[in-house]
Design a protein around this ligand. Structure first.
Ligand code: ZN
Length: 172
């Protein structure tokens, strides 16, 4: 690459991105006060709608992006609502709409759910992603760009400076 060529976001680059996510006029997530996120462009580590908007951005560039549900966390799926009898819940859990629960399925996997409604003895659980069906308003800034190393490309994730190698690496 010559000095005149602008270094811009493309596949195989480690992108350091500052972001603020606003949904329904409220900030639901932000890197402000935290570390910006780091990921390898093209690996679909971030939602596809946002990743697609980053191509061609240079360090210091800022952008506001609106992402439709289908390119974000998907539409609300009515199959993801499940009715459960009230007496299946431990007594100490407050059974109110909006309460978030962590449940274990038959295979021992943890699942996040929210109480959608309570009617009589029936509690309706919502297993949709909390941002399903929502339009996502991202405000992003590219903080840093560098080429991913061969090892990072092979592993499919970013290796931090001086960080402990992850478990996946240790096995290799
Ligand atoms: Zn690794």
């Amino acid at each position: 690459m010559t000095e005149n060529e602008k270094n811009v976001v493309q596949d195989g680059q480690v992108v350091t991105l500052a972001y603020t996510l606003t949904v329904d006029g409220e900030i639901v997530d932000s890197s402000e006060g935290n570390q910006p996120i780091q990921f390898i462009q093209g690996k679909r580590h971030i939602i596809i709608g946002l990743e697609n908007e980053l191509y061609g951005m240079a360090v210091g560039d800022k952008k506001d992006v609106v992402i439709k549900p289908e390119d974000g966390y998907g539409e609300v799926d009515t199959d993801n609502f499940v009715d459960v009898p009230r007496d299946q819940f431990p007594e100490q859990i407050p059974l109110d709409p909006g309460v978030e629960l962590e449940l274990t399925d038959q295979n021992g996997e943890l699942m996040d759910a929210r109480i959608a409604s309570v009617e009589g003895d029936t509690v309706r659980l919502d297993f949709n992603h909390p941002l399903a069906g929502k339009e996502l308003h991202f405000s992003v800034a590219v903080v840093d760009l560098r080429d991913a190393s061969d090892e990072e490309m092979e592993h499919g994730h970013v290796h931090g400076d001086g960080e402990e190698e992850d478990g996946e690496d240790a096995e290799e």
